[in-house]
Design a protein around this ligand. Structure first.
Ligand SMILES: Cc1cc2nc3c(=O)[nH]c(=O)nc-3n(C[C@H](O)[C@H](O)[C@H](O)COP(=O)(O)O)c2cc1C
Length: 348
């Protein structure tokens, strides 16, 4: 499979339109793995069968300190599933998705079956091309807010997947959210287990690493960005991170929070698909996004965020949206490295 070398460079012209379903599904995985995941853990595995592909959680890649219940992990897998759906539609297939199809196997999150041929709609084409253009962009954004029609489109994109997207307007609300982001930074960095976990995913030679982030990706801007994980483990950067993130949150042209009414695995899978639908719809209109999820990762602050914004249900990601400069893509493991083989029973 050619796209395995670098999924960002997958060439849609190489899609095996007349091939077996299993070859087509393998090709579609190049798009699935371009989904975002916290710390770029890429916590998914796939098993290809004759006519379907199973999406599994790879819990060896869990980040237990900030995500003890695998909520973010499940969101990431939901985002990968949305890419699979979008790519299948682009290549002219109907599909069926069965969520959590096996009550006895909590790792099996979804079964995705390719169906008959279908027309590709204009929206499918736009979303599809956005898959390879999307990146988490932590650069400063221009001050222009999002056009009202785009806000409405993104709200509808989340709703289509069973989630909600709420824009955070008004100086007071933004200041409250900025305070919560700063407080979360302070609490997370004060915890040596947080620093240890972050250090485990920080790569000092990103050009050769297939996963993880650089300290710079995490927003660390000073000398520590170029320092090794040992220093991240050792120094509490809470104060510096808090001040910087408060600025970012307070001065972002557009802030929005995505959530669901319920808090369970189906809701998390819905939230992940909604997240990716929103990110791709935004990217299709030239809009970048980055995440400020810290206050949602600290349970007490998640409650305060819910209360201060009057949210109904459970927030999952806090997004910053806007127009800005290009940034390069982050690395991905080869889709081949994420295949469960039929002889491997460890994830069955
Ligand atoms: C559920 C979730 C939460 C995330 N939270 C943060 C965050 O709080 N801060 C941040 O800088 N990036 C966050 N990210 C972005 C990831 O770091 C990013 O997706 C990953 O490094 C891969 O890069 P890419 O999105 O450019 O492909 C989050 C991503 C997901 C899916």
């Amino acid at each position: 499979m050619k796209p395995s070398l670098n999924p960002w460079l997958v060439n849609p012209d190489e899609y095996p339109a007349d091939g077996y379903s299993s070859d087509q599904l393998e090709f579609l995985l190049a798009y699935a793995v371009l989904a975002p995941s916290n710390y770029n853990t890429q916590p998914w595995l796939f098993r290809i069968n004759a006519a379907d592909v199973e999406v599994h959680a790879d819990r060896r890649r869990a980040i237990r300190v900030i995500d003890p219940y695998d909520r973010e992990l499940t969101l990431s897998c939901g985002a990968a599933l949305f890419n699979l759906r979008t790519a299948a539609e682009y290549f002219g297939h109907r599909y069926e998705v069965e969520l959590l199809p096996d009550a006895g196997n909590a790792n099996l999150l979804a079964r995705f079956r390719l169906g008959l041929k279908a027309e590709t709609g204009a929206e499918d084409i736009l979303l599809f091309h956005a898959i390879t253009q999307r990146r988490t962009n932590r650069q400063p954004f221009q001050p222009d807010p999002l056009p009202a029609e785009l806000r409405e489109e993104l709200t509808q994109a989340a709703a289509a997947e069973g989630a909600w997207l709420k824009f955070i307007d008004g100086e007071d609300a933004r200041a409250n959210v900025a305070d919560l982001v700063a407080e979360a930074d302070r609490r997370q960095w004060a915890d040596k287990h947080f620093r240890q976990e972050l250090a485990n995913w920080v790569r000092t030679k990103p050009e050769t690493a297939p996963d993880g982030i650089t300290a710079h990706d995490h927003g660390v801007k000073d000398w520590l960005a170029f320092a090794g994980p040992a220093l991240i483990r050792t120094f509490d950067r809470g104060g510096g991170e808090a001040a910087r993130d408060r600025e970012i949150a307070a001065h972002s042209p557009t802030l929005a929070v995505l959530g669901t009414e319920k808090e369970d695995w189906p809701a998390w899978l819905a939230a992940g698909q909604a997240l990716q639908h929103v990110l791709l719809a935004a990217r299709a209109q030239n809009v970048w996004a980055s995440f400020l999820c810290q206050p949602i990762e600290v349970p007490e602050l998640r409650g305060q965020l819910t209360e201060t914004l009057g949210l109904s249900g459970y927030p999952h990601v806090l997004l910053r949206l806007g127009f800005g400069p290009e940034v390069p893509p982050t690395p991905r493991r080869s889709p081949r490295a994420m295949l469960i083989h039929h002889t491997d029973q460890s994830h069955a």
